[in-house]
Write a protein that binds this ligand. Structure first.
Ligand code: GLA
Length: 404
């Protein structure tokens, strides 16, 4: 073999190795460059959905300041349709719930400057037993596009006709791509088939676990049901390297404000989801929003952490049993940090700038993202954290002006 051949073969081998080491590409639909923010009907209303509810929720999203804070999608979950397809095989919105159809609701939501989401399943039925989209992907996606739908949550119930997960979810990706409308594609297969390995090339986000419930933690094993906030959190620790703009891990919709979590638990849940670059999809009744819950959902400094991409989603740095330290690099060189107390009593938790990966500096600015105060110091972060709560900070090397 000539020297030229050898060089050529070596270069080819390097190219192949490089390609193999490259992460799975994100779905290239230009959407969800930051984690989607919005609301979904399921956690509070289950099958009790209607045009009235969706429109009143859109009104509340604007009036509460949530729209201003970044919330955009108003998403209808399961049970919006009739149990049978129409004469031409089309999905039919339940006329008792949506008397003027979905397009009218989409128009209403769009007039508010918001976007509309809908739900279907990659099987023969939805989880509540309505017609699923398998085998009808093309017509259903085209229908959603005609109605003006902007977001599809695609579930995993019903007969799968022997198709693999990637096959079923790719069929809808292709149908959405051909629908002519920009539709965010949310894959909901409950983390069954390690979606973080294949879903980034197919959808904009993918659920990583079974369904969330409005409780802090359960006594069940982590993969059992029901899932509390901490059960789900524990399953996110290993996923930090798998998401990126356009392709997000989805630890499920928020339970903030659903009446079972304390104020501290609501703040902890919201803070942790933000650190994970999770979609911030509220699941509470926005028409009856207390000031406390509104303050949690619209904390702009925490939302800014969620919406920022500084190279990877937040990860657990230290696990001391009842206390944990989580951190996420921010694109401006600062680091977001959470001190989490899972235990039954208040406890003091501390971390250093070095430990959280902040750049070496003579001094640091440490800002408390819930108290909205900041101080200069040596980068030691310390807080007395109540039971079932977090303290959340952002740490800049050197000086930093106030954020607002
Ligand atoms: C599944 C999903 C939930 C919700 C219901 C609707 O359980 O994981 O988020 O969409 O179906 O039936």
């Amino acid at each position: 073999m000539s020297m030229r051949h050898k060089v050529f073969i070596a270069a080819f081998a390097v190219l192949l190795a490089t390609l193999a080491a490259m992460p799975v590409r994100a779905l290239d639909n230009g959407l969800a460059r930051t984690p989607p923010m919005g609301w979904n009907s399921w956690n509070s209303f289950h099958c009790d959905v209607s045009a009235d509810l969706v429109e009143a929720t859109a009104d509340a999203m604007v009036a509460s300041g949530m729209k201003e804070a970044g919330y955009t999608y108003v998403n209808i979950d399961d049970c919006w349709l009739l149990k049978q397809r129409g004469a031409h095989g089309e999905l039919v919105p339940d006329p008792a719930k949506f008397p003027h159809g979905i397009a009218a609701v989409a128009d209403y939501v769009h007039r508010k400057g918001l976007k509309l989401g809908i739900y279907e399943s990659a099987g023969a039925t939805t989880c509540a037993g309505y017609p699923g989209s398998i085998g009808h992907e093309k017509e259903d996606a085209a229908q959603f596009a005609r109605w003006g739908v902007d977001y599809l949550k695609y579930d995993n119930c019903g007969d799968k006709r022997g198709q693999t997960y990637p096959q079923r979810y790719t069929a809808m990706r292709e149908a959405l791509a051909r629908s002519g409308r920009a539709i965010v594609y949310s894959i909901c297969e409950w983390g069954n088939e390690s979606p973080w390995d294949w879903a980034p090339a197919i959808g904009n986000l993918w659920r990583t676990t079974q369904d969330i419930t409005p409780r802090w933690a359960t006594d069940q094993p982590a993969n059992g049901y029901p899932q509390g906030i901490l059960d789900i959190l524990d399953q996110q620790a290993a996923l930090a390297g798998t998401s990126h703009p356009g392709a997000w891990n989805d630890p499920d919709m928020l339970e903030v404000g659903n009446g079972y979590l304390t104020d501290d638990e609501n703040r902890a849940h919201f803070s942790l989801w933000a650190l994970l670059n999770a979609p911030l999809i509220a699941g509470n009744d926005l028409r009856h929003l207390s000031n406390e819950v509104r303050a949690v959902l619209t904390n702009r400094e925490v939302i800014a952490v969620d919406q920022d991409w500084g190279s990877r989603q937040g990860a657990k740095l230290r696990d001391d049993g009842d206390t944990e330290v989580w951190a996420k690099p921010m694109s401006d060189g600062s680091v977001a940090v959470i001190l989490l107390n899972r235990g039954r009593g208040p406890v003091s938790i501390a971390a250093t700038a070095r430990e959280i990966g902040a750049k070496a500096a003579g001094s640091y600015t440490v800002r408390d993202l819930w108290k909205h105060t900041q101080a200069r110091g040596d980068g030691r972060i310390e807080a007395s954290v109540p039971t079932h709560a977090v303290a959340m900070f952002r740490v800049w090397p050197g000086a930093h002006g106030t954020l607002r």
